[in-house]
Design a protein around this ligand. Structure first.
Ligand SMILES: [Zn+2]
Length: 156
């Protein structure tokens, strides 16, 4: 078994993002200075986010994100440039659309849109993308087995 290549980037003092193979966002840690607990969010291949139980520290939170990610296969999203009247040319990603991730960035010019959508998709959703003529969606993510119960009113 090859171990996954995991990296953690810290943003400011209170937030970290966990990446798989440098390109796939698999989780977010929130570690406020005045709170001993670490809040843990897992990001599935579709970009959908799930709350995992809070962890005692950053390594603990990172571990539960890695454990959750082992049950999924991460692949780039297939995207296309679409025309969204009246706003302009933008990203059509059926995977993000199904996961509920909004990709609101528009360009007046189709060529400019084609040059930028892959990078912009990654910024907005956390997953890499490939530009194709007829994008096919990844299947929707089921919650990981270590997630909180799925209905919102059950979450803490
Ligand atoms: Zn997408």
């Amino acid at each position: 078994m090859t171990l996954p290549n995991i990296t953690r980037f810290q943003y400011g003092r209170e937030k970290s993002r966990i990446f798989l193979n440098d390109i796939h966002l698999i989780g977010i840690l929130e570690h406020p200075c005045d709170d001993p607990e670490v809040r843990v969010t897992f990001c599935g291949p579709s970009g959908k986010r799930f709350a995992l139980p809070a962890a005692e520290d950053i390594p603990g939170g990172t571990s539960s994100i890695i454990v959750a990610s082992l049950g999924y296969e991460y692949r780039p999203h297939e995207i296309a440039v679409g025309y969204f009247a009246p706003r302009g040319y933008g990203i059509w990603c059926p995977t993000c659309h199904t996961a509920g991730t909004s990709l609101h960035r528009y360009y007046p010019d189709q060529t400019e849109a084609e040059q930028r959508v892959v990078t912009v998709h990654e910024d907005l959703c956390g997953q890499p993308a490939v530009l194709v003529t007829a994008p096919f969606p990844l299947s929707p993510d089921l919650p990981p087995s270590n997630a909180w119960p799925t209905t919102d009113h059950d979450a803490p």
